[in-house]
Design a protein around this ligand. Sequence first.
Ligand SMILES: *[C@@H]1O[C@H](CO)[C@@H](O)[C@H](O)[C@H]1NC(C)=O
Ligand SMILES: *[C@@H]1O[C@H](CO)[C@@H](O)[C@H](O)[C@H]1NC(C)=O
Ligand SMILES: *[C@@H]1O[C@H](CO)[C@@H](O)[C@H](O)[C@H]1NC(C)=O
Ligand SMILES: *[C@@H]1O[C@H](CO)[C@@H](O)[C@H](O)[C@H]1NC(C)=O
Ligand SMILES: *[C@@H]1O[C@H](CO)[C@@H](O)[C@H](O)[C@H]1NC(C)=O
Length: 340
Amino acid sequence: MNFMLIFIVILTLQSINTYSLPFVVFHGISDKCSNEGVSYFTELLSNWSGSTGYCIEIGNGAWDSWFMPFTKQVDIACDKVKEIDELSEGYHIIGLSQGNMVGRGLVELCSDGPPVKNLISLAGPHAGIASVPFCGQSGLLCILADSLLKLAIYSNFVQQHLAPAGYIKIPTDIADYRKGCKFLPVVNNEVHGNSTFKKRFASLENLVLIMFEKDQILVPKQTSWFGYYPDGSWSTVLPANETKLYTEDWIGLKILDEAGKVKFLNVSGNHLEISTSEMKNNILPYLVDNASTTMTTSRSCDVWPSSVRNFNDKLNGVGEEILQLHTHVESVSLRSWTFW
Ligand SMILES: *[C@@H]1O[C@H](CO)[C@@H](O)[C@H](O)[C@H]1NC(C)=O
Ligand SMILES: *[C@@H]1O[C@H](CO)[C@@H](O)[C@H](O)[C@H]1NC(C)=O
Ligand SMILES: *[C@@H]1O[C@H](CO)[C@@H](O)[C@H](O)[C@H]1NC(C)=O
Ligand SMILES: *[C@@H]1O[C@H](CO)[C@@H](O)[C@H](O)[C@H]1NC(C)=O
Ligand SMILES: *[C@@H]1O[C@H](CO)[C@@H](O)[C@H](O)[C@H]1NC(C)=O
């Protein structure tokens, strides 16, 4: 018993000495920061890592996630991150599905923003999606979204009024995509190669790409790893390193990969269905600063229960025997009422 108490105290001291950068979450389509799934996810990661977690809302959440074009969403996000003092020394981004378009946009397009260290992407449509989203529900929002989708996807009107149109890439309609699509070709440097965007993207410390094995929303699911159909064909999905984006290195993905900074990770679930253990294995390591002991504080042990717990989790097994608070695995579904 005494031994255990001492052990807990040591763990607590060590965790206090670890300083982690804050992180920012961008949610997926139809979701909101205040929804239970996203807020629980953010809080859990914040508790485990001992760092501050923010979920930044663009506009009013669900509605704007459907109807505000990404260039505007990114402008808003860029202003918001600049206003948060705690991010000024750098921060990590966690993108959930479509939220990765905002995350990528921040990394590449946000001038004079605070530096992004790790970009942790869950089910990000990085190379585009080759499916058309349908809201599949009643309600004004869905009626509007579905009607817009029935119009020409690369027309100016749809591009300006329907967010997902900014990353739909129909492999057999590449010419129209390059000409009409207003967002993905820009962040992927597909049309006018912009060396500034590339330099910013290539300066990430880690690019963590998490694919969901049973993803039925992203077509193809490999877009989460920058894999995609070859231009002009639906026949096969090329792995990232066989796409032109990589071989011609439009955005610095190859630079990052060759430096060992791209982590291609997979988890077992459907779109954005991740267990807490998968979160711990695939996300948490990139939120916790690996160069420890940079900060000492005088805060008392009792205010740090989550850090103790966090540290225990990292000590394979040993910690779990001390605090048996989460030996069970929970599934955190981040998807709200619509599939995307
Ligand atoms: C995070 O930690 C706080 C303080 O210990 C606790 O009240 C809260 O329930 C925790 N949240 C989650 C999601 O575990
Ligand atoms: C990259 O794009 C930005 C924003 O559109 C522009 O200001 C800048 O001049 C471009 N840089 C290069 C090198 O093309
Ligand atoms: C692409 O990456 C895979 C997995 O790392 C590797 O086995 C393969 O040789 C690579 N292909 C090319 C063309 O570099
Ligand atoms: C991840 O991919 C590897 C190799 O493709 C595979 O062996 C493994 O089963 C996958 N893991 C999950 C959780 O699907
Ligand atoms: C650990 O720190 C080094 C140097 O700061 C960095 O290059 C590396 O990416 C970090 N690893 C993780 C998992 O954050």
